[in-house]
Design a protein around this ligand. Structure first.
Ligand SMILES: C[S@@+](CC[C@H](N)C(=O)[O-])C[C@H]1O[C@@H](n2cnc3c(N)ncnc32)[C@H](O)[C@@H]1O
Length: 258
């Protein structure tokens, strides 16, 4: 995909200000330009897949909230071909792309259509969910819904289970706009996949998009409120890799706080 197409998509985002996950043209363009739009995505996905490689236990299931077109799973199955995955997304168009991309892993990967804003009614196959992941998806739901999702994840995870969340976080443009601009320029220059977006456009887009990024502190606080230990493993300006960890059985029995 050339950079002019990714810039077109970026500009399209600026006009629409809302992602159109059920629009096939938007879906295909997003799928083809996901790496170019975000100069740090490749590194973040590499870190995530590396973590999964290290932490995944044979036979356990990974739940992906926001599997979309299956880009993350394509990387995951390349390194862990025997993993079991359940992927949830509300967009039938994105799920269709995922089904095509992951056809070779059809038996290993179950796709479910469901809206996260109604997480309480989500029924997942009965499995041992050792890991839940979510990449660039939960900023699409309002904060109180995010908190409900974090509680769902904490309840679902097996003891000592992990929640690995990559998402856009809210920035404080009122106080730090100049520094964000400088950081964006540096990230673009250092990236193999420059978006071609100016630092002014970067800030404008973040202000005008119709979505709900939460701050890093809010994410960590809500995870802890849901009963998970929480930390930020990696942060690049407006995108964080956050980990939540459920207590092990032994810790629950001994009343230890981990
Ligand atoms: C930016 S894409 C991320 C996809 C994928 N995790 C990745 O990184 O390649 C966001 C996905 O979240 C899904 N999504 C947005 N709002 C949702 C909701 N309320 N319920 C379920 N899925 C939702 C969209 O359909 C889309 O596929």
């Amino acid at each position: 995909m050339n950079s002019s197409l990714s810039i077109q998509l970026w500009k399209g985002h600026q006009c629409a200000m809302k992602d159109e996950w059920e629009n096939p043209d938007f879906a295909i363009q997003w799928d083809q330009t996901a790496l170019q739009i975000n100069p740090t995505r490749a590194e973040e996905l590499d870190l995530l897949v590396r973590l999964l490689e290290e932490m995944y236990q044979e036979g356990a299931t990974i739940l992906d909230l926001g599997i979309s077109s299956g880009l993350v799973e394509a990387l995951l199955f390349a390194r862990l071909p025997h993993a079991w995955v359940v992927g949830v997304d509300s967009s039938s168009v994105m799920l269709g792309l995922a089904a095509q991309r992951l056809a070779a892993f059809e038996k290993r990967c179950t796709l479910l259509a469901h809206d996260f804003t109604d997480i309480e009614s989500l029924v997942v196959p009965k499995r041992r969910y050792q890991i839940v992941i979510s990449v660039q998806s939960l900023h699409h739901v309002p904060h109180h819904k995010k908190q409900a999702i974090f509680q769902f994840v904490a309840d679902l995870l097996a003891p000592a289970g992990l929640f690995l969340l990559i998402d856009r976080i809210a920035l404080d443009g009122t106080h730090f706009a100049d520094m964000y601009r400088a950081m964006w320029k540096r990230l673009e220059e250092g990236s193999e996949s420059e978006s071609g977006t100016s630092s002014d456009d970067f800030l404008l887009r973040l202000q005008d998009k119709e979505d709900y990024p939460a701050s890093l502190e809010e994410h960590l606080g809500w995870l802890r409120l849901a009963g998970l230990s929480a930390t930020c493993l990696h942060l690049h300006l407006h995108r964080a890799l956050i980990a939540g960890k459920k207590k092990s059985d032994e810790a629950v029995v001994s009343g230890e706080r981990l």
